[in-house]
Design a protein around this ligand. Structure first.
Ligand code: GCU
Length: 396
């Protein structure tokens, strides 16, 4: 385990490829859903989230209920003990703090704390180059020596070296990677600075327009780092291309997090049948004017008591199955519906409200199916009819 603050020392290569940062705009561009091949489950709709939208969602989800740490972290620049880490979506962790500049000692005004190595290395085993790779710094252990750690400790949250993060500052967003760890300088035990949050490499500062001098650069606050855990978010590459590889993930990360925070819950595993393959009672329509559906659209049954959508499903063998309905109800009242299988009612399922008509949720009921073709009817119990119905998934 590294016990001293580690920094990188590389020969002073000066050429730095410019990377375009993604400007934060307010419009929510939505590309049309991709059409699926006839008869097969189509790809989900493909919304594109802007940096401004995602940052707004991150701030909104940075609530006490989502706080990971129970003791505050230290702002690296100001030393204030007021930095918290929030789980803003499943496996995604965010904090807002300073940016202290981590450089490699090759500047005329080097970071006084720089060391000769970084905790994490590039894919060739070389120390990360602070002037080439945008990276952020986390504590290298749990200051309290407790499990679970009262602070955010990366090892407890599915994170390791080169873990991707979005970094937001002053209208810009960049991709960055977990590059280095820190404790107090020149200590054999880390009883101080592993609680710090708010340091990043020269390259990260440059990309975000933050003064990047190792001695006089940095900002005291306002840098939001949103870390994506799990092996699929580890960025590979060398000092020559890690920056480009991180920037290439920015839109995917914005879209993944944007969809997760919007509550566009995916259907569960099982065999999915699209509502738009079914039939509607009088007055209903198959629509695609709200985002986030699977296939080519969703059923919008009429606003009337008993209005229904019939969805054909198949089962290999007769038996009890769980049906999961993916639906949306952007009003302020739930829309209960009677569920029938092949003409026999199996009771009422409640379809609670969702945040809006672009937000999808799942509700389930267990019913008997016969082998072969079955018809599932969802019939609204109130004058407003059914929720919008995207699909039904049949459990194995
Ligand atoms: C809105 C919404 C529809 C929905 C309808 C309803 O018009 O856009 O998708 O089906 O309300 O109340 O059922």
């Amino acid at each position: 385990m590294p016990s001293i603050r580690k920094r990188v020392a590389v020969a002073g290569a000066a050429a730095v490829a410019l990377t375009t940062t993604i400007a934060m705009t307010t419009a929510h561009a939505v590309t049309p859903p991709r059409a699926g091949a006839a008869g097969s489950a189509a790809a989900p709709a493909d919304p594109t989230y802007t940096a401004a939208e995602v940052l707004a969602g991150v701030k909104k989800n940075s609530t006490a209920a989502n706080q990971v740490n129970t003791k505050p972290h230290i702002n690296t620049m100001t030393r204030a003990m007021n930095v918290n880490v929030y789980q803003v979506a499943s496996g995604v962790y965010a904090y807002t703090s300073s940016m202290a500049i981590d450089d490699d000692g090759s500047d005329p005004d080097p970071d006084p704390d720089h060391q000769g190595d970084t905790t994490w290395h590039d894919s060739n085993g070389k120390a990360l180059a602070a002037h080439h790779v945008p990276f952020y710094v986390l504590g290298d252990d749990c200051w309290d020596r407790k499990t679970p750690c009262p602070h955010f400790f990366y090892k407890e949250h599915g994170m390791s070296g080169r873990q991707f993060a979005l970094m937001f500052y002053n209208g810009k967003v960049i991709g960055s990677i977990f590059g280095d760890t820190q404790t107090a300088n020149n200590q054999t035990t880390s009883d101080n600075d592993s609680r710090e949050l708010g340091e990043a490499s020269v390259k990260a500062a440059q990309l975000l327009g933050i003064p990047s001098s190792g001695t006089t650069g940095g900002v005291d606050n306002g840098v939001t780092v949103v870390m994506f855990s799990g092996p699929s978010w580890v960025v590979n590459g060398t000092n020559a291309n890690l920056n480009a590889n991180a920037q290439a993930l920015v839109q995917k990360a914005l879209d993944t997090l944007g969809a997760a925070m919007a509550g566009t819950n995916p259907p569960p595993s099982g065999t999915l049948f699209e509502a738009e393959s079914g039939t509607l009672s009088a007055g209903g329509t198959f629509d695609s004017n709200h985002t986030g559906f699977t296939g080519t659209g969703f059923a919008n049954p009429a606003n009337a008591v008993g209005a229904y959508v019939d969805i054909p499903v198949t089962a290999d063998t007769a038996g009890t199955r769980t049906l999961t309905f993916r639906y949306s109800d952007g009003t302020t009242a739930a829309r209960p519906a009677t569920i029938s299988v092949n003409g026999t009612s199996h009771g009422t399922v409640n379809f609670p409200t969702t945040a809006n008509w672009d937000t999808w949720a799942n509700v389930s009921i267990t019913v008997p199916l016969k082998a072969g073709a079955n018809t599932i009817r969802i019939a609204g119990n109130s004058a407003v009819g059914d929720a919008n119905i995207d699909s039904v998934t049949v459990s194995p």
